[in-house]
Write a protein that binds this ligand. Structure first.
Ligand SMILES: [Zn+2]
Length: 103
């Protein structure tokens, strides 16, 4: 194995990857079971290798994770087909309408 690979710093990329997770209380707005923070959706960056949050960090009451978002740089202008082609994408256009193969 190439032990020198560890020195390149590539592994720190994975380490620094912190996706944003969105959480909300299991009982938002219920006194004694949530706090002002978790009664609304709050975001938390957590390393991917960390266990998902199950309780609110403030009030310690149960929270649930919402759909996680992926950190993708926002595209400021809509891509046109020619832009996509120029960027090397293969642009597919659907010719037949409503034809899907059932797997
Ligand atoms: Zn809370």
């Amino acid at each position: 194995m190439n032990s020198g690979l560890r020195e390149t710093g590539q592994s720190s990329l994975a380490f620094c990857y912190m996706p944003i997770y969105e959480y909300i209380s299991e009982h938002p707005g219920v006194e004694g079971q949530s706090c002002p923070i978790c009664s609304r959706v709050f975001e938390l960056r957590r390393p991917v290798d960390r266990e998902p949050l199950t309780v609110c960090p403030i009030c310690k009451h149960p929270v649930k994770k919402l759909m996680s978002r992926i950190n993708v740089p926002e595209i400021t202008k809509p891509l046109s087909v020619s832009d996509a082609k120029a960027a090397g994408f293969t642009v597919l256009e659907k010719r037949d309408k409503g034809v899907y193969e059932k797997l």
